[in-house]
Design a protein around this ligand. Structure first.
Ligand SMILES: *[C@@H]1O[C@H](CO)[C@@H](O)[C@H](O)[C@H]1NC(C)=O
Ligand SMILES: *[C@@H]1O[C@H](CO)[C@@H](O)[C@H](O)[C@H]1NC(C)=O
Ligand SMILES: *[C@@H]1O[C@H](CO)[C@@H](O)[C@H](O)[C@H]1NC(C)=O
Length: 317
């Protein structure tokens, strides 16, 4: 079946070979022409992962090898494989074995570096016969602003919804709104049903640390509890790497230093804390771009250090 209810295969395939689509936009942002790197390529897709049976993410080696075999038999010119596991000996690495057979048949094989950055030595798919590709940023940004205590800080968002009026809304830190019977640690990361509707309704909730649950699920948690908006604060490790997400309510992801100032304000202001989130806009032509994405795996190559794999620098906080 060509159905893809996860989207990873469709996303990576469109990046490589998607044909041109005019007026493509995400929730009104980034309107323009979308296309893959080789938009007129004819594409054969081989499905290797579905309802991943192991840990929800791992797929069977036999399916991956069968796909390489089918692609070789079909006479494709290039194979792009955005799958990868641990860095392991090439004799035990399914992608390395499948791609060796493809390479011997004259097929160019391109593999993902995987998304385990930004620490050094995280790159997978290290076989010398494959091209290993990192993830990079684009030259677009989606800035929105959070206003509080007469200051304005910039964040990123793809929220379709915006706050209705220009008046300020009360701010509350998620850990001050723990639902009865839930742990502070759950509210801190804005887990579903961890927030107390009695405290959150009508307010902008500050989800005071990234991680724990998916970012967009945090927005869902705030909305379910009756919040009108969300500010997601980076942890120290996340630094200035803020991400534009299509949240289900007006929301903004802000950096660690701005987050510290926001939390300090909420905790120490003598009057009730309040703020406003503006709707984000699309900016094109951001420089420098592209740079390596913060989540991209990075070299050096831990198996064959003499062969460079993903040796660029990571753009860190
Ligand atoms: C995108 O831009 C085109 C051309 O300017 C316009 O016709 C279309 O309505 C826009 N679409 C969105 C979703 O903004
Ligand atoms: C955090 O964002 C603000 C803009 O709101 C910016 O001035 C500041 O440099 C950023 N901090 C870091 C560490 O990137
Ligand atoms: C509000 O901002 C002013 C400076 O603009 C600062 O001196 C003050 O400490 C801030 N208030 C709080 C409660 O953080």
């Amino acid at each position: 079946t060509p159905r893809d209810d996860v989207g990873h295969g469709s996303h990576t395939l469109a990046t490589a070979g998607g044909s041109q689509v005019n007026g493509a936009a995400a929730f009104g942002y980034g309107n323009g022409t979308a296309r893959g790197g080789s938009p007129r390529a004819r594409v054969a897709a081989y499905r290797v992962c579905f309802n991943p049976p192991v840990n929800d993410v791992e797929c069977f080696d036999a399916d991956i090898l069968a796909a390489f075999e089918a692609a070789i038999a079909d006479g494709v010119h290039v194979i792009t494989a955005s799958v990868g596991g641990e860095q392991r000996d090439f004799f035990e690495d399914t992608v390395a074995i499948g791609s060796l057979h493809a390479t011997k048949a004259g097929i160019t094989v391109v593999c993902s570096a995987t998304n385990n950055g930004p620490d050094f030595g995280t790159v997978s798919n290290l076989a010398p016969w494959v091209i290993t590709v990192a993830a990079s940023t684009t030259d677009r940004a989606f800035p929105g602003y959070l206003v509080f205590n007469r200051t304005r800080v910039e964040g990123q968002s793809l929220s379709e919804a915006s706050l209705r009026t220009k008046s300020f809304y009360p701010l509350i830190i998620a850990t001050d709104a723990v639902a009865p019977g839930r742990k502070v640690e759950d509210a801190q990361v804005c887990m579903l049903d961890s927030l107390d509707a009695a405290k959150v309704t009508g307010k902008i909730v500050v989800c005071c640390v990234r991680g724990g649950v998916r970012r967009m699920e945090k927005g869902e948690a705030v909305r379910r509890a009756g919040g009108v908006g969300m500010v997601l604060v980076n942890d120290e490790e996340g630094g200035s790497n803020v991400i534009a997400d299509a949240h289900v309510l007006p929301a903004l992801h802000i950096n660690y230093t701005d987050g510290l100032a926001l939390l300090a304000y909420i905790k120490s202001t003598p009057s009730p804390p309040s703020g406003f989130i503006s709707k984000a806009t699309t900016i094109v032509g951001v420089r420098p771009a592209p740079v390596m994405a913060a989540f991209s795996s990075v070299g050096p190559n831990v198996l064959n250090p003499e062969i460079l794999k993903v040796a660029g620098f990571a753009y860190r906080s």
